[in-house]
Every structure is written in C-alpha cells, then in structure tokens.
Design a protein around this ligand. Structure first.
Ligand SMILES: C[S@@+](CC[C@H](N)C(=O)[O-])C[C@H]1O[C@@H](n2cnc3c(N)ncnc32)[C@H](O)[C@@H]1O
Length: 419
C-alpha cells in the first residue's frame, strides 16, 4: 500500500463544542498553549475545516480577493497541456497517464487542461487520467480520489500553480545577531506577536549562511513543510515529474538584506496588506517560495531538478507567441482581439505573472529541461480550435479591469514589493 494522497502538515486539532469562527479556533488554541507558531496560525486561518479562508471556493476570483494565471486566459492551461504531452511522450506513452493537480482550487486549470487534451492528441486524451486535489475540499479530507482514479497506482506527474506560496510558514526576526521566532499570542484580548527562542533548529540552520549580512530587526519567513511534502510526492511516483509554478526566489535572493520585512503578504479584495493578524479568515496569507528549499526537499526524496525557468519562458517555449495570431486565423471577432491580447500579455508580463518561476523535478525519467515546442505547437494551433477568453465566471477580464470597469490589484510587482 502506498502513501495516501493527503498532503498536509500536522494540524493541531482542538475540540470545539460547535463550529465556531476561525478566530474562535485560534483563540482556543492560544488559550490551550499560551502562544502558537505563525505556521499554526496560518494553517488554521487558511485551512480550518469548514471555516478557514479556503473553505470558500470563491476566494480566488474576480469578485474575491485575488486572481491567478488560469483565470487570466485559458492559454495557461493549454500551454501546460503541451508540456504534459511532452512528458507523456518522454515516458513512452503510458496508459493511463496519471496527472494529479495539487491545490486545484476552483478547478479552472483542470478544466482547461482536460478540455484541450483532446484537441491536442486524441490518443493522449484517451490515456489521460487527471485528478484534482485541494486541501479545502471535502474529498481531500476524506481521502477520496477523483472519478476513475485508482489511488494505488503511481502518479506520472504532480502539477501545481500557486500551491507552495500557500503553505504555512514560521516567522523569524534577527535580534542582536540571533535568529528569534515570532509567535502569535493574545494580550488584553488582542492578537499580537511575541518574540522568543526558535521552536525548531532548522530555522536558524537555514539563515545561518546569511546571518552576517542581515541587519538587526530583519524579518522573514521559513516554510518547514516542504520535506514531508516531497516525501509524500515521492511515495506516489515511480517514474515521473513534478511541475511547480509559483512566485519566489532562490534562497540567497529571498534572504537578501534589502528584503528586510520579508515577503509575507495578505490579499483582500484585490488589495495587498502586510498585517496577517487583521481580518482573520477573511484575507489570504501567502509568502514567496524558497526554490532552493524545494530543490533540497526534492533531492532528499530522490528527485532531480531538471528545469527552473520563468513562467514567461515556459509559456514561450510552449507556443504563446503564436497564440493570438492563431486565434485570429481561427475566426476571433474584432472586438475580442484586445481582451485576448491583453490577457495573453499578462501571462508573460516580466513585472507580473511572467516573473513567476516554473520548477520541474523528475525521478527515474529520461531527463530533459523544458522542451522548446513553440514551432510545432504553432503548426498544430493552425489546425485546431484554440480556446479564447470565455465567459466562465471563474475567469477575470483583465482588459476591462485595466480600462475602468473592473477592480484589479494595481501596481507593478516592483511597486508592491519595493524592488
Ligand atoms: C492560492 S490558491 C491557488 C488555487 C489554484 N491552483 C489557482 O491557481 O487558482 C492555493 C490552493 O492550494 C490549496 N492547498 C493548500 N495547501 C494544500 C495542500 N497541502 N494540498 C492540497 N491543496 C492545498 C488551497 O486550499 C488553495 O485552494
């Protein structure tokens, strides 16, 4: 029996007489323990069953708090399908070809990928067994696999978009040259931070190489959940790939002296704030991903890093440059050209989604990076009907947003993160 598909770190469960708000849960935890780590706080805020932030599937949407690449344009899913197809070919066309998306949220990316697989290659589509999992869904808690999915069979590819930035993190601060941890506690009924000795030696070990360069008062985050995550993936992969698309840096860049307030950010109704103790359960909390930590965790579980490129490069290698041209050739109406053009550009915008990273790890596979299939897909897109922006309510209309009839997060990445 292989490891269950249950990707979560240990969660402190407490007995509540009835389902209270997420804030009630956290107050009870603190009453029990005196204080909690920020990772415990974040896990509860985001994932407390039934009441956590992600229990409401409308959070990631135009009417919610923020949007992600699949919502910008179906091309994101289409071009990932092109890469999944390459992996299927590299693995010598397994049937079934099992792909599991982690943190699938509303399922929009899954629908785009599965929807396009048939146009791409009907043989591939008939082999394709796509499973979506999300920690916030009831199926996830119950460990129920998707339709037609046999949980005892190995997975060929795990795929995620903006999953790892939502993993709980510990917070630390440097005080007199020592790494100290920021806990969450209550004083006079108000949540506040408390600085104390670190709860896990790994926190100091990761910062140690950078300590001499970092000023007093420097704060940042550490995700300690990646090792067990990679182990769980590895237990389910005999030969296959992990694709992780997210925002983040190498460790050296993440813990650079100029990022002195860390990268923790909260999203509420398409605005960004830096106070995670406000609007508990009503705002998202995330942190930039340490891609070095992902490589290390993956290596310890038997995976090799075979690519780490920007989202822009991933999509360019998969054919995004010809996408609009092909949409027009396939009959896109005049009035739809600008919204599609705008959304496609947003996916590769160097100061926006285009600067996300796509990391690919592999275990027992014919190693390759990200194949440049742009020329081949351009020819393929000639024959096929490519999906254009549609009126799926999970999609955002970035063009309308930028031209006055929407409410989108404003500002470039640099403005938002002081770079
Ligand atoms: C920022 S949202 C991204 C949703 C979607 N991938 C997208 O691109 O719109 C992060 C999602 O990851 C889910 N999640 C967080 N930790 C998870 C875990 N350990 N396993 C599966 N899903 C998880 C959350 O419930 C949430 O739906």
């Amino acid at each position: 029996m292989r490891a269950p598909l249950c990707f979560q770190e240990e969660h402190t469960a407490i007995m509540m007489s009835e389902q209270g708000s997420v804030e009630d849960h956290i107050r009870a935890l603190i009453a029990q323990q005196g204080r909690i780590s920020f990772a415990q706080f974040m896990a509860s805020v985001l994932y407390e069953p039934g009441v956590g932030y992600y229990a409401d599937p409308a959070r990631v949407s135009e009417s919610g708090d923020f949007f992600t690449s699949p919502a910008a344009h179906p091309a994101f899913g289409v071009l990932l399908t092109v890469q999944l197809h390459q992996m299927w070919l590299a693995l010598e066309r397994p049937e079934p070809f099992r792909v599991t998306e982690l943190g699938a949220g509303s399922g929009l990316l899954a629908d785009d990928i599965v929807g396009f697989s048939d146009s791409l290659d009907p043989v591939f589509a008939s082999a394709f067994a796509y499973q979506r999992l999300d920690r916030a869904s009831q199926e996830f808690s119950a460990g129920i696999p998707g339709p037609g999915i046999d949980q005892d069979q190995p997975i060929h590819c795990f795929l995620s978009n903006e999953l790892l930035d939502a993993f709980p993190v510990h917070l630390f601060q440097i005080e007199n040259g020592t790494v100290r941890e920021k806990f969450v506690t209550l004083r006079d009924d108000h949540f506040e931070f408390q600085l104390d000795e670190i709860s896990d030696p790994e926190i100091a070990a990761r910062i140690e190489p950078y300590l001499s360069e970092l000023p007093d008062g420097y704060e940042s985050e550490i995700c300690l959940g990646l090792t067990s995550w990679a182990q769980q993936l590895s237990a389910n992969v005999t030969s296959g790939y992990i694709i992780s698309v997210d925002y983040g840096y190498t460790r050296h860049a993440l813990y650079a002296p100029q990022r002195s307030l860390g990268t923790l950010q909260c999203h509420y109704r398409h605005t960004i704030s830096a106070d995670p103790l406000a609007r508990i359960g009503e705002q998202d909390i995330s942190a930039h991903v340490d891609f070095t930590a992902i490589d290390e965790a993956m290596a310890a579980s038997g995976f090799e890093a075979i690519a780490n490129v920007s989202q822009a490069e991933l999509l360019e290698r998969s054919g995004i440059d010809k996408y609009l041209e092909r949409l027009i050739a396939n009959g896109l109406t005049q009035q739809d050209v600008q919204p599609n053009q705008y959304a496609l550009r947003a996916l590769t915008e160097p100061e926006g989604l285009g600067r996300f990273r796509a990391a690919i790890h592999a275990k027992n596979t014919p190693a390759h990076g990200i194949p440049d299939v742009a020329r081949r897909t351009a020819a393929l897109f000639d024959k096929e009907v490519l999906p254009a922006l549609d009126d799926d309510p999970r999609r955002v209309n970035l063009f309308a947003g930028a031209h006055g009839s929407g409410d989108q997060t404003t500002g470039t990445w640099g403005e938002l993160f002081g770079e």
